[in-house]
Design a protein around this ligand. Structure first.
Ligand SMILES: Nc1nc2c(ncn2[C@@H]2O[C@H](COP(=O)(O)OP(=O)(O)OP(=O)(O)O)[C@@H](O)[C@H]2O)c(=O)[nH]1
Ligand SMILES: [Mg+2]
Ligand SMILES: [Zn+2]
Length: 380
């Protein structure tokens, strides 16, 4: 039998399933005891903090991790039997609310019937604004320890990397800039360091899936038990890199257009893959729009905050004010990018605040109506 680095051993897509769902393996010892500290790195990533799992645990529910989302079904795995994932359904609210469905990387509770009944409070959730919408978020991945931001050496873009880095910073994940296709640039190491600096990212490395350069270093940045997500534009080489790290042609890859180096959106699902060294890797589809949702831009522009402390005016806009400490030092493109992200975040915050207000007004209205009915002796 050929080695299956994903550990899953079979094709679990619903279409290959003859319409039937895999049955969940019973938990190994029949009890719901928490994994001991010796199996913290259980093969499905870091277990959620005990404080965040206490409630569900008291109910005797079963805790599993979401490995992939399919329409109406979620591929889940039990850390005590990581080689036997199965497809589960979700209970009402989780299933029907477009904002609430479990996402890849979530830890979730299963009820007695094996349906997903709750999501453990998320940490490390990479959240972007849903494309074309001001007040709806999309959680791209949850439980992310390290965000690997892929930029191709053939057409790197620090402004794009900044945006991805802001999403990762807002999630509280570590960020590593990965300059891919290093075989195309003899100075790739230097280019990676420069790009990371220009985008405000602490760590920048260069890799080539073709030559294997930089893969060892990348592996060392995602230790066993950690969950890493690959983010970046279509065609950056994320899936090719994932395959190289997995040692298998697990992910489909697609050629870029020669005219503009754009990819063809080859990857369409997000699946948590198990690497041979015990880390988890999530390959994502390249997105066209990277809208901010929850801040994070301050983390990507640390030098601006720092320098701003020395501006003459406390409310300096760093835009022609006398005594500005930022403008003479920060490259104009980066300052412009900072302004743009600040404005964008303010716009999103405004819209979200307005929506919250509308909702509260709506609720107040319902309450008033109910009170009016009661005062007239009418039923609710
Ligand atoms: N020269 C070179 N080309 C690469 C390398 N890695 C990937 N490519 C090429 O880049 C193209 C896109 O690769 P993918 O891995 O499909 O890109 P992706 O980021 O997964 O794209 P989406 O799934 O559309 O988001 C393919 O033609 C790959 O062969 C590399 O290390 N060197
Ligand atoms: Mg891909
Ligand atoms: Zn200033």
């Amino acid at each position: 039998m050929s080695y299956d680095p994903s550990g899953f051993g079979r094709d679990l897509s619903p279409s290959s399933n003859d319409g039937t769902l895999n049955t969940p393996p019973s938990s190994n010892d029949g009890t719901n005891s928490m994994p001991s500290s010796t199996d913290d790195f259980s093969g499905l990533g870091r277990y959620p903090e005990p404080t965040s799992i206490d409630d569900g645990w008291a109910d005797g529910a079963r805790l599993v991790r979401v490995l992939a989302q399919h329409s109406g079904h979620w591929l889940v795995g039990d850390p005590r039997a990581p080689d036997e994932p199965w497809l589960a359904v979700a209970r009402g609210r989780l299933r029907d609310d477009p904002l609430a469905p479990p996402v890849t990387g979530d830890w979730v509770w299963l009820d007695d019937d094996g349906a997903i009944s709750g999501i453990v409070p998320r940490c490390g959730a990479i959240t972007r604004r849903a494309a074309g919408e001001a007040t709806r978020a999309q959680v791209v991945a949850a439980g992310v320890d390290v965000a690997l931001i892929a930029e191709p050496a053939s057409s790197p873009n620090p402004r794009r990397a900044e945006r991805f880095a802001a999403l990762a910073a807002a999630a509280g994940s570590d960020v590593v800039l990965v300059l891919t296709k290093a075989d195309l640039d003899p100075e790739a190491d230097l280019a990676a360091a420069r790009l990371a600096r220009d985008a405000g990212i602490l760590e920048g490395i260069s890799t080539s899936a073709y030559t294997g350069d930089g893969l060892g270093l990348l592996r060392s940045l995602v230790p066993p038990g950690a969950t890493a997500v690959l983010l970046g534009p279509s065609g950056a080489g994320k899936s090719t890199l994932a395959n190289a790290l997995l040692g298998d042609e697990r992910q489909l890859t697609g050629a870029v257009r020669a005219s503009d180096d754009r990819g063809r959106h080859t990857t369409v699902t997000r699946e948590l893959l198990r690497t041979p060294w015990g880390a988890l890797l999530l390959d994502t589809p390249g997105v066209r729009e990277i809208g901010l949702w929850d801040g994070g831009s301050a983390d990507v522009f640390p030098e601006i905050d720092e320098l701003a402390a020395s501006c003459r005016f406390a409310d300096c806009d760093h835009h022609g004010e006398p005594g500005c400490a930022v403008e003479p030092v920060v490259p104009p493109e980066r300052l412009a990018a900072w302004r743009k992200l600040q404005r964008e975040q303010a716009w999103v915050d405004d819209r979200r605040a307005a929506r919250r207000e509308r909702k509260q007004l709506g609720r107040g209205h319902v309450r008033l109506q109910r009170e009016a009915r009661r005062s007239k002796g009418m039923p609710d």
